[in-house]
Write a protein that binds this ligand. Sequence first.
Ligand SMILES: [Fe+2]
Length: 388
Amino acid sequence: MPPYVQRGTIPKKRHIAHKTEPGFLGEGLYYEEVISSEGFSRAYSIAYHMRPPTRVLRIEDAGRSQLEAASDIPLRHVHVKTKEMARAGDPMRGRVPMFFNADCLIARCRPTIQQAEFYRNAQQDEMIFVHSGTGRLESMYGELPFGPMDYLIVPKCTTYRLVFDDVAQADLLVVEARGTLGFPPRYINPDGQFRLGAPFCERDLRGPNLVEPCAEEGEYPVLIKDGKRWTRYVLASHPWDVVGWDGMIYPFAFNADDFEPITGKVHQPPPIHQTFQADGFVVCTFAPRMLDTHPDAIKVPYAHSNIESDEVLYYVRGQFGSRRGVELGSLTLHPHGIPHGPHPGTIVASRNATYTDELAVMIDTFAPLQVAADAVSMDDPNYPFSWL
Ligand SMILES: [Fe+2]
């Protein structure tokens, strides 16, 4: 969880009256909403609305998602080239599934239009990696400006809207997580603070800034994703009507270039790159870094068999020392059950290198991933033979 923060006005104690200015609309009170996790047992935030958040005018069926697995892919390495993926849809409905299992869905999104309706994921936390594009994430918690290389972490049940300065520049990697997207517990000391030596800390996390609340009434559709089922809730008042909130549940940003890589005398294993985790998977940032210093160090990873892990890499920026043939915007899946490793020639080619400028996002899942049918048309079927 990100650290506790407080924005706007809140009363002195939880669950007591937060009184409005005399003559303000309503009953002279702001309306408390508790946003809690694991029932009422884990992290929570408390927000104060101008009007109750429960005022719904209409509820409409908004369709179903299709999530189909590719039927004819054997167990093999997969290379999906998404750099030129056709732009379509908005930042929510335009997501194209790449890989999935019961714990997560990994998608790419290259939207053509701005988000028209507010959006809320009822079941999953979301991680949106901004490969390119700038804009702001709006929610009742305030505005969160974002730009390239930002991870945006959005807790489940956050009504939000992504507003791009130029939607034609937007290029996103999206992970929807069944569990809670948080930090590796080993980074946090028993007092709840990032440990010295963790590869980032509280100063690198950016939370939303509360803006002037909107008192408008009207019709405000919220598109709710609930698994495969989509529902449109038409609210009677604007959802950004919060005068203050505090707590530990809110959307936040972390920029991959703020990751502080840990390097060693010889090759360090992938967990040193870990950034986030949720039930069933971890997210790692392979950031630009100094390479290993032993005079005989092999500076690309050793071949390895993934036992109980499927490994997805998304190639973001720079040159990839251990790979040939991947492009920026490529996704590779190196699944459980078979080994993978550096491409031929890369061990020798990297012998005199002291630094790598690569930036990649890795998602390692502990249950096997399925390749989505939508990814197949962008798959390079010769990739499994690229080690010859
Ligand atoms: Fe690997």
